[in-house]
Design a protein around this ligand. Structure first.
Ligand code: DX5
Ligand code: ZN
Length: 251
């Protein structure tokens, strides 16, 4: 892989950090600011110790944006809700292996609705969990915090895991996005990118910033005030392999 690959990063702002009283405006603003996907964190107060929102919110927002809905399910169980999220307009459904007994079957179910399927690895979850279901996977999301809350500190312990997943993905026979989620900010994004991530989920660093477009540009590594080294710290991103609609091939 050539250093500083020209492949564009995918930026997926997390709606969890948006102003919930103005969701329609927030979604329009983040699309105008250059986001690639909209990341939606679904929490049930059971799988994670927090409650966010469900498919009704997706359905309400769906007519107001063309951004792919990248839906991170922090719920247990998953299977009974797949149809509802598909009908609400999800494009990608990502689940945690710990949320049910049959990861492979859940991925088949998600794919059967015509959606991209993703697996989310908690900080202590090994990459081997996904290895034998790779043929059904379009996205692997590495949690760089424990799931449940925005605004937590990035866990550098996950960097070797990202690198190992990059090797696994490069050996796969179809495109798989390698995403990171949790504590991603201008200071931590280059670490994740250098380890091999091609997709950045960020809540606080984008929706908590005064200028969403500038925040997204900073995550891409090209801040307006870039000094030496900025924008050239990435050594291994290869792009997500998914097209601009987030649908991609290989389904
Ligand atoms: C945490 C969620 C994240 C969260 C990230 O459980 O999965 O998507 O929104 O928030 P920040 O970017 O603030 O760490
Ligand atoms: Zn998330």
């Amino acid at each position: 892989m050539s250093p500083d690959s020209a492949r564009r990063l995918t930026i997926a702002p997390s709606l969890l950090a948006a102003d919930f009283a103005r969701l329609r405006d927030e979604v329009a603003a983040i699309e105008a600011a250059g986001a690639d996907w909209l990341h939606l964190d679904i929490m049930d107060g059971h799988f994670v110790p927090n409650i966010s929102f469900g498919p009704a919110i997706l359905k309400s927002l769906r007519p107001h944006t063309g951004l792919p809905f990248d839906v991170h399910l922090m719920i247990e169980p998953v299977d009974p809700y797949v149809a509802a999220f598909a009908e609400a307009g999800a494009n990608h459904l990502l689940l945690h292996p710990e949320a049910g007994p049959h990861l492979h079957r859940s991925l088949q179910l998600i794919r059967s609705h015509g959606l991209k399927a993703g697996v989310v690895l908690n900080p202590a979850t090994p990459i081997e969990t996904v290895a034998w279901a790779l043929d059904l996977v379009d996205i692997i999301l590495v949690m760089t915090v424990n799931p449940g809350f925005g605004g937590q500190a990035f866990l550098p312990s996950q960097l070797p895991k990202i690198a190992a997943l990059r090797r696994m993905i490069d050996a796969a026979d179809h495109p798989i996005a390698l995403a990171v989620d949790g504590g991603i900010a201008p200071a931590t994004a280059p670490l994740a990118i250098a380890a091999g991530a091609d997709t950045l989920v960020a809540g606080t660093a984008v929706f908590g910033a005064p200028d969403y477009a500038a925040a997204i540009t900073s995550l891409r590594g090209r801040p307006a005030h870039a000094g030496p080294g900025n924008g050239s710290t990435s050594s291994g991103p290869t792009g997500t392999g998914l097209d601009s609609t987030g649908q991609g091939g290989g389904g």
